[in-house]
Design a binder for this molecule. Sequence first.
Ligand code: AMP
Length: 935
Amino acid sequence: MQRDSLKAWQASSHFAGANAAYIEELYEAYLDDPGAVAEQWQQVFAGLPVNGTVSDVGHTRIREYFRETALDSNRSKTTTVDPELSEKQVRVLQLINAYRFRGHQAAKLDPLELWQREPVAELDPNHHGLTSDDLNREFNTGSYAYGGETMPLGSLVDSLKQTYCGHIGAEYMHIISTEEKRWIQQRLESVLGQPQLDAEGKQRILNGLNAAEGLEKYLGAKFPGAKRFSLEGGDAMIPMMRELIYRAGDQGAKEVVVGMAHRGRLNMLVNILGKKPGDLFDEFAGKHDEVLGSGDVKYHQGFSSDFATPGGNVHLALAFNPSHLEIVAPVVMGSVRARMDRRHCQTGKLVMPITIHGDSAIAGQGVVQETLNMSQTRGFQVGGAIRLVINNQVGFTTSNPQDTRSTEYCTDIAKMLQAPVFHVNADDPEAVALVAQLAVDYRYEFGRDVFIDLICYRRHGHNEADEPNATQPLMYQKIKKHPTPRKIYADRLIEQGVMTAEQVTEQINTYRDQLDHGDCVVPEWRTMAEHSVDWTPFLGHDWNSDWDSSVAVDKLQELGQALTDVPASHPVQSRVAKIYKDREAMISGDKPLDWGMAETLAYATLLDKGYRVRLTGQDSGRGTFFHRHAVLHNQDNATTYMPLRHLSETQGPIEIHDSVLSEAAVLAFEYGYATAEPSGLTMWEAQFGDFANGAQVVIDQFLSSGEQKWGRLCGLTLLLPHGYEGQGPEHSSARLERFLQLCANHNMQVCVPTTPAQVYHMIRRQTVRPMRRPLVVMSPKSLLRHPLAVSSLDELANGTFQNVIGEVDELAPSGIERVVFCSGKVYFELLEKRRREGVTNVALIRIEQLYPFPAEEMAHVLTEYQHVTDFVWCQEEPQNQGAWYCSQHHFWQAIPAGAGLTYAGREASAAPAVGYVSLHNSQQQALINDALNLK
Ligand code: AMP
C-alpha cells in the first residue's frame, strides 16, 4: 500500500518522530490533489513506490491547514536540501498557524488589564523547536499575507504578534470555508491589524469619542441621579457605529436597521440618529408625547433619520425595544427582510442589520441561538448581520462573567454559524474602526453574520443611582483611576501631532455649546427623504372601519382554476392529488367549499389585487393538519410548486415558509416584518396553539402593547390551532384566556371563525381594511374537515365577516327559552345534539370575534330574544380558562336587563385538558347537555 511505503521512507529520513503525523497528513492531501502541496513535496511523494490505489483521503482539517499555510504552491519555492532547515520550515508554518488559531488568547483585549489568562505555549517559537539562533534565518511564510515570500523568523514573529496579539483578537479559524479564512487573513495580516487612517479619519474618531463622553457628562451634570444607562467605558461604540454606517453606505446600503438594549441608547439616539438633545432633555424633565397611550421610558425609544455617507444617504431606523434583552434582534431581522422585499433585494445589499448585545445577554438568552439559526434559512435570511457586543464585563446589574456563562468568550455562540468574531479593546478606537470596516466588508462579501466583541467596561453602576463598588470592588478601584477613552485617544493624537491640545479643548467646548443649543449634533444627519413606505393611510382606523369584501363568483372561479391547475410534470402524492381534485369540484360548484379551499382563495384574491402575502410557521406549507397544501412536493424529484405563485403576471408576491422549530425568534421576526410593511398580509402559524407560549415575550412586550408604548402599528395575524378533541393537555388549548386578558384599548383582535366563509372574509378583512392591528385567531383542527363546516362560493362572493352569527335553524324566536352563546367548534357539537334531540327552545349564537367585542351586532341578533331570561355561555375550556372570565362582562352587558347568565363548561382545572379520551368524552358530553338543558 502507498501508506506503507510512506512509513518506510519516513522511518529512514529526518522526518521520523514528531513530524510523522504531520507529514502523513500532508501525504493524504497530496493523494487527494497533488497540486495542493508544494512542488518539493510533490517530488518527494511522486518518488515513493506505488503498490496500489488509495481511496482513504481523510483528515480534511489537516489537509486544509496544509493548503492554507504549509506550503502554498504559489508561494513556496524553497527548495532547501538542508534537512534541519526543512524541518524548521515546517515548524515555522505551524507557528504561523498557531497565531491564527490562538493569537486572540494573548491579545491585549481588556482595557482594564484585569484579565488573567494562561499563557499559550504554542505562540512561543521555542515550543516549536525554534531557537534564538533561528531568529535571523529566512523562512518561507506560506500563505501569510504580510511581507515577502520569505522573512527572517524574528520579523515574522513580531508581525504575527502585532496582527494577532495586539488590540484585536481575531477568531476565525473555526470557519470551514477556506475562501473566508483566506479573505480574513488577507485583510488582517496585510495591515498588521492596523487601519490606514489619515488625519481626517483620526479626527473623526476623536470627534465620536468626544460626543459620546460629552453627552454623558452633560446629562450627568444636568440631571444628576436620573437613569440614563450611561455608555461611559464603551464610548467607542459611537465612532464604531459611524464607521459601520459609512462602510455600509459605501457598500451600497440604503437602509440600516439597528436593535439594541438600553445601555448607551441615549447616546446612540443623540450622537448617531440625530435626535435633538433638546427633545431628550424635555423627556428627562418629564414632558411627553400626547398622542401615545402609555408611552415608554426614554431608553426604550426608537428613532428614524437619514445619515449622509460618502456612498450616499442611508436611512437609519432604531427599533423600539422592551427591557427583555435580545428579543429585539429577531425583530430587527424581520424589519430588514420586509425592507429587502420592498426593494426587491434578495442579497441584503440594500439593507443592513446591526444588532447590539450585552455580554451576559448574548451568552444567556436562548433567543440568540434561535435568531442565529434563522440567519441562513430561506424564509428568514437577510444577507448577514453585524452582531455587536458591548462587553462591559458585568452581567445584568452585578454579576461577574464566571457566573454568567460557561464559555470562554461571551460570543462563543457565533461558532454555531462559523461566524468570525473580532474581539477588540475598546480603548483603541483605531482598532475598533478597522474591525468595523472588516465586519461590514465581510458581511457584504459572504452574506453571513459577523461578530464584534467590543471589550470595554462600565464606568458607573448599572444605572446612575447604583453603587458598583459593593459588588465589583477591584474592578471599580481600577476604573476610578482609568482615563476615559476620549482622553487616551486625544493624548495619542496630540503626541502624534495630529491635533493640538487647544484643538482638543475646542472640540469639547463646541460640543457642549451644541448641547446647550439643543439642536441636532450629528453632522451627517439629514431630514428623512421621501420614504419607501407611507404609513399615513393606515393611521387612525378602528376595527369597525369600512372595507370592501366583494369578489365576484366568476373571479373566484377563475382564481380557483389557476389554483388547481398543477402542471402534469409535477406529480403530487395521491392524498394531495385527491384534495386538489376535490378543490376542482368546489370551484365548479359540485361540492361545498372546505376550509383549505376558502383559505387559499382568500390569499388568491389578495394576491390578485397586488397585495403581498407572507405566511411562516411550523408545517405551514402543508398545514399541520394536512389541509392547506399551498406548497406541492414533486414525488419524482422533490422540487416544489406553489400554485399561489402562478395566478397572473401582475399578482402580488407570496411567500410561505416552514419556519425553524422556534416560536420566540420566529414570531419576533414576523412582528418586525409586519411593523415595517403595512401593505399586505403577514401571518405566523403555530403548529399547535399552545406553542405560542414559547413566544410569550413577543406577545406581551410587542404585539399587545407596541402601539400603546411606541405608536407602532402592526397587522400581524397569528393562526393558533385550538379545540378540545381529546388530544390531551398539550394540544388542545391556544390559551385563549391569556390573549383576552391582554386586550384593552382595541389593541388587537381575537377571532374564532367557524366556517370556511368566515376564515376567507377574516383574512381578507385583515388585509383590505386599512387598520393595522394584530389579529389572534383560534384556528380549528377538526373543523378543517367537518361536514357542517362548509360554505358556498356565493357566501364568499357576497358575504362578509360576521362578528356574531345568529341562529341558523328555523326556530320560532317566541319559543326560545334559552340562548346559548359560544365560540369555536363546540358550536357544531351543540347544533348536532340539538338537532338530534329535537330541541326547539334553545337558540345558538356564535361569537366569532371575542375582542373587540361586537356589541352592536350582538344587540342586533338579540332583538328577537328580548323575552329570554336564561342565557348561557358554553365553552370547552375549563372554567378558569377560555373566554368566561375575561369576556363575561361583555355578555352581561349584551343580555336584556334582569336576565341571568350561567356557565356551561368544564370545571376549573390546572391543566388545559385531560389526557384520557374517555374522560374527555364524558366531560364534553356533560357540558353539551348542560348547555342544552338535557339530562
Ligand atoms: P422607519 O423606516 O422604521 O424608520 O419608519 C419611518 C417612519 O414611518 C417612522 O418615523 C414612522 O413615522 C413611520 N412608521 C414606521 N413604522 C411604523 C409603524 N409600524 N406604525 C406606524 N408608523 C410607522
